[in-house]
Design a protein around this ligand. Structure first.
Ligand SMILES: NC(=O)c1ccc[n+]([C@@H]2O[C@H](COP(=O)([O-])OP(=O)(O)OC[C@H]3O[C@@H](n4cnc5c(N)ncnc54)[C@H](O)[C@@H]3O)[C@@H](O)[C@H]2O)c1
Length: 388
């Protein structure tokens, strides 16, 4: 695992903070984690397939290390091989600071789990475009610094992958970063619900430039979407007719504050709703999406998921679930998997929208799949068994 993965970040908010801190945590605890991972691998040299068709060693490594990753070693890369080389933001509290400091700047408010040493990556000012909505604007001060040339910075820093972590509703700004990736030949990973990897025009643009992309809208590890999808699929698989369902989410960070602006929410609702709707072969009345901002929750997110249906004998059944998570950390491990999946694509000169990486790691991929199918396809892809 000598090779590094050179990653740039657009939007140094809570998600970027959890990702940087998380990787730093794994780096600090590296020996411990690696020894366990190697022990696990050697004790599982005979990797048979389990019930869901997944190689056993991936699951066992994940469980016993508690890493929050699909596997410690994915396609030859560990979590500590991710190296940050550039970062872009637009607000005064972050622009001009070293990334190690900017991740803790207000209004970021996720949990602090790790001290991060200076990284020598200065957060550069980018074009604001539609990145900062009306609500957001009331809570932050825009930087007066001149905007940097994003494509040139990506080239100068030899970035291989750009992560898009902008606020929901940043359509123009997301397209701007996707263009800059095409211009500089950098892979684009889109964590937000603006449709790039799942849009035929953008798929074609990335394919014709020989550049990969993955997205859209990261699907958290134990998030409301994967839980809701799995429950809906269980109902369908067990012959229950789903009659109605909702998923209401609340949180107290800038992501939720920004989403009070209903005009910016359209793509988020489409993304979250389509992920659950794809699990039923018939139309189900559903309401899914962010529902309110509760400041004292900070980066905690609470989701209420409800499904009602009928089973044998036309008898009603209801499920109510409350899920509470620290939102940003819930997506960080998945992004480390997505980064490594994308790097595998770069190593193998695979371009265009990455189907299995997107289906496994994102809510609105080019092709929706059940969780088990997506995981199997993702692992087959990183193991070199398929190219999609
Ligand atoms: N589990 C999760 O947290 C999760 C899951 C799925 C999707 N997402 C999405 O990921 C995105 C990031 O979430 P977050 O909690 O870090 O949000 P955040 O509001 O904390 O961070 C967004 C950052 O983007 C910056 N920004 C705004 N316009 C910009 C521009 N033009 N260029 C560069 N930077 C710009 C803001 O200043 C801020 O620092 C959101 O769209 C969120 O919905 C998060």
């Amino acid at each position: 695992m000598a090779k590094k993965i050179r990653v740039a970040i657009a939007g140094v908010g809570n998600c970027a903070s959890a990702l940087v801190q998380g990787i730093n945590y794994y780096r600090t605890n590296r020996d411990d984690i690696r020894v366990k991972a190697v022990d696990n691998l050697s004790s599982k040299t005979n990797t048979s397939n389990n019930e869901s068709g997944l190689a056993v060693n991936y699951n066992d490594q994940n469980r016993s290390n508690g890493l929050g990753l699909t596997a410690y070693n994915l396609g030859g890369y560990g979590p500590c091989d991710v190296e940050f080389v550039a970062a872009f933001d637009v607000i005064d509290s972050k622009v001009g600071k070293d990334l190690s400091e900017a991740i803790f700047a207000e209004p970021n408010n996720t949990v602090i789990t790790s001290h991060v040493d200076k990284m020598d990556v200065k957060v550069q000012k980018a074009e604001v475009l539609d990145g900062i909505g009306d609500h957001y604007q009331g809570k932050v001060q825009l930087s007066n610094n001149a905007s940097t040339d994003v494509a040139q910075t990506l080239k100068d820093t030899h970035a291989e992958i750009l992560l898009n972590y902008l606020p929901v509703g940043s359509r123009e700004a997301t397209q701007f970063y996707a263009e800059k990736c095409l211009e500089s030949g950098v892979c684009f990973i889109n964590a937000i619900p603006v449709f790039i990897a799942s849009s035929p025009d953008w798929q074609q643009a990335f394919k014709s430039k020989g550049v990969p992309c993955a997205g859209d809208d990261v699907m958290s590890q134990i998030g409301a979407t994967v839980l809701h999808k799995t429950l809906a699929k269980l109902f369908v698989d067990r012959g229950v007719n789903i009659e109605e369902t909702y998923q209401l989410n609340i949180g107290g960070d800038m992501d939720f504050y920004n989403m009070l602006d209903e005009d910016r929410l359209e793509d988020k609702r489409i993304s979250k709703t389509s992920a659950v709707a794809a699990m039923a072969p018939y139309e189900v009345p559903m309401r899914i999406g962010p529902s309110d901002y509760v400041s004292f929750l900070k980066n905690d997110k609470i989701s209420y998921i409800y499904l009602r249906g009928k089973y044998f004998g036309n008898i009603p059944v209801e499920v109510d679930v409350k899920l509470k998570v620290v939102d940003a950390y819930n997506s960080a491990g998945i992004m480390i998997d997505a980064i490594r999946g994308a790097k595998v694509a770069l190593d193998r000169n695979i371009s265009g929208s990455l189907e299995s990486v997107s289906a496994y790691c994102f809510k609105h991929p080019p092709k929706q799949m059940s969780y088990n199918q997506a995981k199997k396809n993702f692992i087959d892809f990183v193991d070199g068994k398929t190219d999609i």
